[in-house]
Structure formats: structure tokens, C-alpha cells
Design a protein around this ligand. Structure first.
Ligand SMILES: Nc1ncnc2c1ncn2[C@@H]1O[C@H](COP(=O)(O)OP(=O)(O)O)[C@@H](O)[C@H]1O
Ligand SMILES: [Mg+2]
Length: 254
């Protein structure tokens, strides 16, 4: 889940899709690469009290093995849902490691080590372009780009898509990406206008549905449960279920 703009629904998309997948019985790993650690807090994990986090994966990059990666994971209330939490120390990565070569593939290598343990790995990105986002994008098979259906968010999307183009060039690969319109408020004309512009500007790259604005998402985050557990009948959860179904039927790798 990537977008350089904050507050567009990256973390909500990660936790909701993760919850739905775990309820299908899939073994799911959620990865928090945002130093603000919203995803970790979502599951009641206080990142400052942790003995290990995704930061330790970066620190041990040269000597990483399967057990070291597994040691950094935390369980959640759902049996098959695990999280690789973030910590504030992540914010220092760009300064301390940003200039070193070969830093961009650490997460990809770490996930390869635990690939047999999980059916899905969902990575929640920070809203900044740096070592963490580069690692997340390089590690993923498919990118979901949540974007709020409002004009300011569309400006932010331009920046994100430009970043993707540059990364595709340097990594010599195409990124399969899907733009997910979020927080869509059908009562607001500006939302409908922004949605129209989004579909015109990014033809063929926008999911055919929308995630509606739904206050239940905020309630779920307070309860530290994935929305699909806390409010399974919410219309927002239903929309994510539709999205997941489409992703699972159209993509072999998912
Ligand atoms: N569809 C939605 N309807 C209403 N509120 C939402 C929706 N999606 C996310 N939110 C809320 O908006 C805020 C920002 O969402 P979040 O997923 O944290 O964005 P990001 O990770 O991109 O910064 C959170 O408080 C979240 O609960
Ligand atoms: Mg977030």
C-alpha cells in the first residue's frame, strides 16, 4: 500500500484486507514500514516497548536468516495474522543507511526467507519517499495506491506516479499497480468530480469500485480489531471485500 500523501487510507487498506484474508484462513504477514507506527498501534503494539521491529531487519541485513526475521514478528488476536511492527528508530534509516549501496532490497530478501510461512505479505508504506518506501516497492508483486477522492489528493497522486515511473526505470521492471479511490462521499459533489477526473487521468489504472467514507473504520481502530472482525457488516468492509475478490480472481500471484 503506497502513496506519498498521508491520510489517504494506506493503513486502513492494509489492516482491512489483512483481516479479511486471515478470516479466509490465509496466513498473513502485515508489515509496518511507517516510523509513525500507526499499523502497529492499531494492534495495540507499543513500538517503543518492543524488543525488535522491522528496524532490526535492516540492522541485521548482512547476516539475516529465517529465525532472525521470525523473531521480529508479533502475533495478533487472529491466529493466522502476524505483524512485523515499526519503531521510531526507523526514522533514522535514511540518515544512517540511505547512502549505502544495496540498501533497496533488504525487505525483499527478508520476505524471501519467510516465504513458506505466509500466503500473503501486505506492506504498509510511510508517506515519504526514502529507503523504506523504496524497499517496500521493490519487494512487492503488486502495488495498491489508495487515493482520497478529493482534488488535493489527486495532486499528491501525480507525485506518487512519477516516483513509480522513476523506480520502474532504475529497477528495470514494470510495477503492476491499481489506484483505489477511498473515503468516497457520494453526497459531496466535489468527491464525484474528483472521482471523474481520476478515472479520466488514469484510465485503466483505477479500480472500478470505490471505498466509501465510513466512520466505522475509526471505531475499529480504537478497538484494535480489523474492521472485518469489529464491524463485518459495515459498508466500508463490504467494499474492501469486493476489492479483495477482484484481486484474488484477476491475479495469479495473489
Ligand atoms: N473509508 C474511510 N472512511 C472514513 N474514514 C476512513 C476511511 N479510511 C480511512 N479512514 C480514517 O482516516 C484516517 C487516515 O487513514 P489511514 O488509513 O491512517 O491513512 P494513511 O495510512 O494513508 O495515512 C484514519 O483515522 C482512518 O481511520
Ligand atoms: Mg498510515
Amino acid at each position: 500500500m503506497a502513496n506519498q500523501k498521508g491520510g489517504v487510507g494506506k493503513t486502513t487498506t492494509t489492516v482491512t484486507l489483512g483481516g479479511l484474508l486471515a478470516q479466509q484462513g490465509k496466513r498473513v504477514l502485515l508489515v509496518d514500514t511507517d516510523p509513525q507506527a500507526s499499523l502497529s498501534y492499531y494492534f495495540g503494539i507499543d513500538s517503543e516497548e518492543l524488543s525488535s521491529s522491522v528496524y532490526d531487519v535492516f540492522k541485521a541485513a548482512q547476516t539475516l536468516d529465517k529465525d532472525k526475521v521470525l523473531d521480529c514478528l508479533c502475533p495478533t488476536k487472529l491466529d493466522s495474522l502476524f505483524i512485523l511492527p515499526a519503531s521510531m528508530a526507523l526514522a533514522t534509516l535514511d540518515r544512517t543507511m540511505g547512502a549505502q549501496g544495496g540498501m533497496g532490497l533488504i525487505l525483499k530478501k527478508a520476505f524471501a526467507l519467510v516465504e513458506n510461512e505466509f500466503d500473503y505479505v501486505l506492506i504498509d508504506c510511510p508517506p515519504v519517499l526514502g529507503v523504506l518506501m523504496v524497499n517496500a516497492v521493490a519487494a512487492c508483486e503488486r502495488l495498491l495506491v489508495p487515493v482520497q477522492t478529493e482534488f488535493l489528493a489527486l495532486k499528491g497522486l501525480q507525485r506518487m506516479m512519477h516516483t513509480l515511473e522513476i523506480m520502474a526505470k532504475t529497477q528495470k521492471r514494470e510495477f503492476q499497480h491499481l489506484i483505489i479511490p477511498t473515503m468516497y462521499d457520494k453526497r459531496v459533489n466535489a468527491a464525484a468530480d474528483a472521482y471523474k477526473v481520476l478515472c479520466e487521468d488514469y484510465k485503466g489504472q483505477v479500480w472500478s469500485g470505490v471505498i466509501p467514507v465510513d466512520t466505522r473504520f475509526r471505531d475499529a481502530s480504537q478497538r484494535q480489531s480489523p474492521p472485518s472482525v469489529f464491524c463485518p457488516k459495515a459498508r466500508g468492509v463490504f467494499a474492501y471485500q469486493t476489492l479483495l475478490k477482484q484481486l484474488q480472481t484477476t491475479i495469479r500471484t495473489i
